[in-house]
Design a protein around this ligand. Structure first.
Ligand code: KIV
Length: 303
């Protein structure tokens, strides 16, 4: 466990999991991870006892309105990592390395991973890819930066995988994903996200690798689960992946609250006295007197 940083709300209520603690959770209890991109969401997730927060590059799609994750930049991930870290001093925060921020060379990968830790305050970074990324993972981990890997469906390269499809549905491709998971574990990743594979494969990978598997659409056999917060909260209504369960309907509740506010403003019902500042009656009388001016058209009766 690492010391929690200073927090404006007071000391963190619980010690933060370090990467080694996350790795030790291979033997349970299961890890619960959600994405977060802002201060209020991260604060609520910590208060709820979520183990890990991910500033995922899903940011691009669910917050920034991009068509995919590939356009997300280092600066955007950094901008959203900082408030999450400030809001959740007792929670292990993982920041995604965006597309092409780690593909060029080991040096580029270490430099950008280092920025997410030093400038963003993240505890670890995540990158996508299996066997081809083993060298990068070794380089980043060798620089002392904990790396979470991500295999199966890897959204940054979804085009090359035939779109947003379940992966590993035949023996060859399933064996390939097992080999990917083994390679990233061997390269030094402390945990691995396994996305969109059949449950049987999620279970097999979990049995084969010595690090925790964190599933998203990979069945209940994984060592942990992650969901995108806007899916879980029922805010996202354009996409609804089969694996994503809605635990609330905040989208409908938010729309309803905005509509009621607009209707009350238009009807002159909001703000009422309970939501406005009153002035002492003698001060108000003196003010009316002082403000009564000689301007033409001024009608004191309106006061
Ligand atoms: O960016 C993201 O939100 C992710 C999750 C889908 C694991 O990588």
């Amino acid at each position: 466990m690492t010391d929690a940083p200073h927090h404006p709300d007071g000391p963190a209520a619980r010690p933060k999991l370090a990467a080694a603690d996350v790795r030790a959770r291979k033997t349970g209890p299961k890890l619960a991870m959600v994405t977060a991109y802002d201060y209020p969401t991260a604060r609520l997730a910590e208060a709820a006892g979520i183990d890990l927060l991910l500033v995922g590059d899903s940011l691009g799609m669910v917050v920034l309105g991009y068509a995919g994750t590939a356009a997300v930049t280092m600066d955007e991930i950094l901008h959203h990592t900082r408030p999450v870290v400030r809001a959740a001093p007792g929670t292990h925060v993982v920041a995604d390395l965006p597309f092409l921020s780690y593909h060029v060379s080991d040096a580029q990968a270490i430099e950008n991973a280092g920025r997410l830790i030093k400038e963003g305050g993240a505890d670890a970074v995540k990158l996508e890819g299996g066997r081809p990324m083993a060298g990068r993972i070794r380089a980043i981990a060798g620089a002392g930066i904990p790396v979470m890997a991500h295999v199966g469906l890897t959204p940054q390269s979804a085009g090359g995988l035939g779109g947003w499809r379940v992966q590993g549905q035949d023996v060859d491709s399933a064996l390939g994903i097992i080999a990917d998971a083994e390679a990233v574990a061997e390269a030094g990743a402390y945990a691995v996200v396994v996305e969109a594979v059949p449950s049987e494969l999620g279970k097999l990978i979990t049995a084969r690798v010595p690090i925790p598997t964190i599933g998203i659409g990979a069945g209940s056999g994984c060592d942990g689960q992650v969901l995108v917060c806007t899916d879980l909260l029922g805010i996202e209504d354009r996409l609804s992946p089969k694996f994503s369960k809605r635990y609330a309907e905040l989208g409908a509740a938010t729309r309803d609250a905005f509509a009621r506010f607009a209707a009350e403003v238009r009807a002159g019902v909001f703000p009422d006295a309970a939501h406005a500042y009153a002035m002492k009656s003698d001060v108000a009388a003196a003010l009316r007197q002082a403000a009564r001016g000689p301007e033409p058209g001024h009608d004191p009766a309106q006061w």
